[in-house]
Design a protein around this ligand. Structure first.
Ligand code: GCU
Length: 363
């Protein structure tokens, strides 16, 4: 890490922490073998002999937090207390762009990193990040489980960055929301500053949607909306509600522009430091957590929509051809090699039971 003064982090719960202080505290958290008797699953996970630090930019009510808690519980149980996990939510260890470096250098063990940030490390991931790659959540999960398609890609960052992709958590369909509306087509977004993830693809997709893209870290969006620096952003219903963006940008437009993906990434040396049986338990626990995530996601998406309705959010469902074809075309223009094109098409060709009913929606 640099010697610059540490950035002051203000998690949503109001505590005041420095990232340096948190990182310095991480190894100490795993010290000693605390008696596990009487602990709940989550307490046991944070009282194990070895604790894996997990960085997340979501709140403690988000499905990612809940699925990772489940992962920690499975891990501590299946390794008989040798390994557990502690989750640092709300960007407490930093925004994704910084945290991916911390996992790479081994300061943090595991992190949930949105696809565009991974693409910024390696262009080889791009075909999975474009509109039209995934039809819905079932299709996305089928692709993630297709080792012949993604196996090599997921281990490709090990030699260069010491990063292993363990798998993914869906982001569901992403949509645009704004402080004014209703938004029926690209003309209605003209001149509106829409926050995007830091990625050239997302900048372009937002232009195709009609808006003016403003790249920014996730944790800064609420304040920027409040200050009027932004007119809106794009995300799924769960983030819209857990980040409380609906309070300031109450027009939610079902643009369905992309089924997004979060990668769960680990420092590979940390995993190699586990004995083989524990590595096996780690892998099994992660697979179980990934399945649990899908269940939680569906539940939370439905509950978020209900909360949006209760809060009086205006939900607009524009014509299917108002946004989708423009975004699809903009995305395809980034397929600039035969390999990228082949991977994109191979992903699209993966069949699922829901294929016939696909609409790029919520799976
Ligand atoms: C979703 C996703 C996050 C991502 C965020 C964003 O919430 O799950 O990983 O950081 O979108 O728009 O930045």
């Amino acid at each position: 890490m640099s010697s610059a003064p540490p950035r002051i982090l203000r998690p949503r719960d109001g505590t005041r922490l420095t990232r340096r202080a948190l990182l310095a505290g991480i190894p100490a958290l795993g010290l000693g073998s605390v008696a596990l008797a009487g602990c709940t699953g989550s307490e046991a996970a944070t009282a194990a002999e070895n604790i894996l630090s997990i960085s997340l930019n979501q709140t403690e009510t988000h499905p990612s937090y809940l699925a990772l808690t489940f992962f920690g519980e499975k891990l501590v149980e299946s390794t008989e207390g040798r390994w557990g996990a502690r989750i640092y939510a709300n960007e407490a260890l930093g925004a994704q762009q910084e945290v991916v470096q911390l996992v790479s250098d081994g300061s943090v063990d595991i992190a949930v990193i949105s696809a565009p940030q991974v693409e910024n490390l390696s262009r080889a991931f791009r075909p999975l990040n474009l509109p039209g790659a995934f039809r819905d959540i079932d299709h996305q999960m089928a692709v993630l489980n297709e080792d012949s398609l993604v196996g090599e890609l997921f281990s490709s960052l090990e030699p260069s960055h010491r990063l292993r992709v363990l798998g993914g958590f869906t982001q569901g369909a992403r949509h645009v929301y704004t402080d004014r509306g209703p938004i029926e087509g690209p003309d209605d977004l003209a001149g509106l500053r829409i926050r995007v993830q830091e990625s050239d693809v997302f900048m372009e997709l937002t232009r195709a949607l009609g808006g003016s893209p403003t790249p920014m870290a996730y944790g800064e969006v609420y304040t920027a909306l409040q200050a009027g620096v932004l007119n809106g952003a794009e995300n799924n219903e769960v983030s819209y509600v857990t980040q409380r963006h609906y309070e300031i940008a109450p027009y939610f437009t079902l643009t369905n522009h992309l089924v997004g993906l979060d990668y769960v990434m680990a420092n590979v040396d940390r995993i190699h430091g586990m004995d083989p049986a524990d590595q096996e338990a780690f892998a099994t626990s992660f697979t179980a957590a990934q399945e649990e995530f899908v269940r939680l996601w569906e539940e939370e998406t439905a509950s978020s929509i209900a909360q949006m309705e209760d809060a009086g959010v205006t939900i607009t469902d524009p014509d299917d051809d108002a946004f989708a074809p423009l975004v699809l075309e903009a995305g395809r223009s980034f397929l600039d090699s035969a390999e990228d094109e082949a991977l994109y098409e191979a992903i699209r060709a993966v069949e699922t039971n829901s294929a016939a009913a696909s609409d790029g929606g919520e799976g």
